[in-house]
Write a protein of this length. Sequence first.
Length: 350
Amino acid sequence: MYPNFKILPEKDKTNLKARIAESIALEKQQARRKRLRTISWSAAAVLCIGLGVMVVLKQEQKVVSPIEKFAKSNEKETFFEKSGQVQLVLSNQEAVNVSDSTTIAYNASGNKINVNSKQIEQKKTLETQYNTVLVPYGKRAQLSLADGTQVWLNSGSKLIYPTAFSSTSREVYLEGEGIFDVAHNEAKPFYVKAANHYSVRVLGTLFNVSCYTKDAKVSTALLRGKVQVSYAKKGLFSADTLQTILKPGMIAALDKKRETIKTTTQNVESLFSWRKGYYEFSQEKLPLVLDKLTRYYNVDFVMNKKASPTETYSGAFKLNDDLEKVVKTLEATTGLEFVYDAETRKITIN
């Protein structure tokens, strides 16, 4: 029933029309709010679905391999830096001290290990067994893996590897610095895994990987062959995995903080010198030379005199030289005064 405006006073007509207009406006406003809520809910649902898809895709991109899971579960067990000997930790957690100048050598099936002029036999199991080599400061180690790959580990390094590789791939996990001379097998790629989803993929080649936990950068240098370096960036909204291909004479350096990979070309021979018992440096800035010596000899350098940002040095150290001889070599090379405190293991540069 509609109101009869003819029998109403003029004032009542005006009030009634105002209430009707207000009611219509309120009804339209409520309808608009309902539509906005529906649109918001739909947008939220689409966003959630999109985020879900992105999470799944990122998880697929960052698939964690069994050896990485094993390394993660054992990452706190690295107090080897304070010990004085290289250690081989077997899958049953038995630790074997490795004598100097000894190569840890596996047979083709991976169940027999020659070390310290003795043979250790490991029982075969259906599950993959992982062994670990721990290298303290001032020491190096050499391994011959079951597939024939040769590995040299530098001071303060840790290598995890299966006693025998699977039928489809070969994977090892490195903390520190290692040189790999990989036995060629096109059907079974060789991977060196490191923290933060960094990996190097090879078929048969000679290369160096330096991935110390405290270092700001991870570097891979290629001497022979061809490798692919990859790094999965952190975060839900990060870009796809970074990848680069290296040819002989190239170095890939990953900046952990900026999450960027930079490649350079140079003479990389000196980066492989330590496996032969000496450190060679060619046109290197002093801080980089001192970083290598700090890690190998477990000493701290205190610079009272600021090093020139442009001056570079060339030379070599024998890795079996004592610190006093190293200090004298540094003084002769740089023209600076190096004072060594044996009690605090600090070398002050004046």
